[in-house]
Structure formats: C-alpha cells, structure tokens
Design a binder for this molecule. Structure first.
Ligand SMILES: [Zn+2]
Ligand SMILES: [Zn+2]
Length: 353
C-alpha cells in the first residue's frame, strides 16, 4: 500500500453518523411506535426509485453513455440520483470510469483487492484524487450535471427533506417519515448499491472474462436493481443491458427499454450477439489451450476456433439476408464440432488436472 491517505471527514462523519443515529433511534422508536404498512411500502418504493436512478442514470447513462435521454427524464433521474446521496453525478462518473479503466489496481478507487470492506464502504472514508476533467469531458458540458455538482450539498438536503416532508404529510407521521423515508431508506439504498462494488466483485461466476474480479450473480441482481451481471458488464460496459437474456432480472434494463418505447430514450447501445459468441469462443479456446499444454488436441482446437471466429466476425456486419442464412447454416456445423471438442476434452484426464 502507498502512503497513508488522509481521512475524508464529510463522508466519514455523514455515513458513520447516520449508522450510529439509526442504531440508537430505531430501538427507541420501536418502544412506543409501529410504522404503518403504507409508510414501509413507500420507503421500499423510494429505495427502488433512487436505486434505479443510480443504475439507469448515474451508471448506465452518465458513466457509460449506453443511451441518451429526454431532458425531462434526465431531470427526474438526476433528482432521484441526488436523493440517493452518493455524491454528484460528475464525481460518481469520474470514479466509476476509473474503476473500469484500472479495475483491481491501485488506481481503481474501490478495488476489491484491498479487501471486501474497502470496496464496500471504507474507500469513501479516505480522500480521493480530484476529478480529472479529461475523464469526464463529455459530461462537463451538461448544464444540469454541472449545477448539481456545484450545489451538491444543498440539492441533496433539499431533495431528502422535501421527500421526507411529503411522506410525513401523506401519512400524517413526520417522525416515522423522518426515520423511514429518509434515514432507513438511505441505509438500505447505500448498502445495496455498495454491494455492486463489493459482492459483485467477489461472489459469483466469471462467465465472460477471467481478466477482472467482476462476477455474475443472480442473487446480487435482486439486491442491486439488475447490476448483478457484473462480469458481463465489465466485459461489455457500453451495453445498456447488464443481464442480456430476457429472463435475467435487470429492472434497470426494462426501465430503459420502456423509456425507449415511449420515445423518451434513444440510441440504446447493445452488443451484437455474434460478437458476444465470438468473445466467448476465444475465451474458451484460450482456456482449453492453457490447460492442454502440449498435445495434438491443441491443433484441432485452434483450427475449429479460428474457423468459427472468422465466421462470427463476418456475421456481425452481414446485411444481405441470403448471405446471413448461408453463413448461419455453415456456422451450425462448426458450432456442433466445437461443442464436441469441449465435451470430449472435459473427459480428458489432462484437463481434470
Ligand atoms: Zn465493478
Ligand atoms: Zn460500470
């Protein structure tokens, strides 16, 4: 580790402070009160709204430019993103882009290599490098984002206070609203979002790439508004989807898709299926060759993989339907051979070693 980093007092006192506050206030509250079911459901709704504003707005829209939004949607995402109390969108995007470029190294602001707890929460307690204007040059031109960044503290307090007052007024329970619609909500939202940096780099399977610590985990997706397919995300970060199959739990993807159907989102970026297939093929090929070391099987693996990879690359750009059909037909045969190789080699004692 490098030289000792200085404590970032504001986030430290804020985060540690409200955890402490809840630890004391909640038991006291429950001595004489019970929150109404309506209040609890409103809180859960708010957790979900501000959580998806982070994943759809801060993450997939601002940090990765996976799609473009209508200014009204932009403002709504930014409002709920502010409510989430995770810093300004510019700061968030800056850190997140560094996380992707330098994942698992010292330059990764929330590198899991420094420990699960560091990636989850501790990283925020130390002063980070100032924002690098080059990293977010495309975002600094946007007026709303600049405004939010400049007046972040004020915006955050106003958003949270107005939501708490509105909920208090609706249920005629200001104390309950203060506790549940503000602080318990913040607590739940923070820890679920933070799981993306901690658990989604720790507990799951590496389906698309072995080159980084990110993993895919369905359970984490349930907790993180669809961001649990993190191995895919780190491999193809510009895709507006994280869970690419229709049955993958990715509410953020569904929200973006609905906005698109309503004409409120455009330019949804999606990775070509043949590109994903080719990526997987090359990944498996490398893995097999590494495991096989010296053996004649390597030649066969290389031959079939090479043929398939060329066809898949061609498939990504073909437009003529007849050519697509013909190539698809010949692809099928190669895929069959490839599956046979994978299968037979898995039985090979060399591979089990
Ligand atoms: Zn990550
Ligand atoms: Zn990302």
């Amino acid at each position: 580790m490098g030289p000792m980093k200085k404590i970032a007092w504001t986030p430290f006192l804020y985060i540690a402070g409200y955890h402490l506050f809840l630890a004391v206030a909640l038991p006291l509250y429950f001595i004489g009160h019970t929150p109404s079911a309506g209040l609890i459901w409103t809180m859960i709704g708010l957790v979900f709204l501000s959580g998806t504003a982070i994943t759809a707005g801060y993450h997939r829209c601002y940090s990765h430019n996976c799609y473009k939004v209508h200014p009204v949607v932009d403002a709504i995402l930014l409002f709920f993103g502010t409510l989430a109390t995770q810093g300004s969108a510019l700061r968030w995007a800056n850190d997140h882009r560094l996380h992707h470029s330098y994942v698992d190294t010292d330059k990764d602001p929330y590198s899991v290599k420094k420990g699960l707890l560091h990636a989850h929460i501790l990283w925020m307690f130390f002063r980070s490098e100032p924002i690098d204007p080059k990293v977010i040059s495309d975002l600094t031109r946007r007026k709303m984002l600049n405004f939010q960044h400049k007046y972040y503290g004020l915006c955050m307090v106003i958003a949270n206070a107005s939501v708490f007052l509105a909920v208090g007024w609706i249920f005629n329970d200001y104390l309950g609203a203060f506790l549940f619609a503000w602080w318990v909500r913040t607590f739940l939202l923070h820890h679920t979002t933070w799981c993306i940096n901690s658990l989604a780099h720790f507990w799951g399977t590496k389906n698309y790439s072995q080159e980084h610590s990110a993993v895919d985990n369905y359970l984490i997706s349930l907790l993180t508004y669809g961001e649990g397919y993190h191995n895919y995300h780190h491999t193809f970060a510009y895709d507006y989807r994280n869970g690419i199959r229709w049955y993958h739990f990715d509410p953020t993807k569904w929200l973006i898709w609905i906005l698109y159907k309503l004409g409120l989102a455009t330019d949804l970026k999606k990775v070509n299926n043949y590109r994903i297939a080719r990526h997987l093929l090359l990944q498996h090929k490398d893995e097999l060759i590494r495991k096989l070391k010296e053996s004649e099987a390597i030649q066969k693996v290389q031959e079939v993989a090479e043929r398939l990879s060329q066809k898949l690359a061609k498939m990504q750009s073909l437009l003529d339907p007849k050519q697509v059909r013909d190539l698809k037909k010949s692809l099928k045969e190669d895929w069959r051979q490839w599956r046979l190789i994978l299968k037979s080699l898995q039985k090979d004692p060399l591979l089990r070693a």
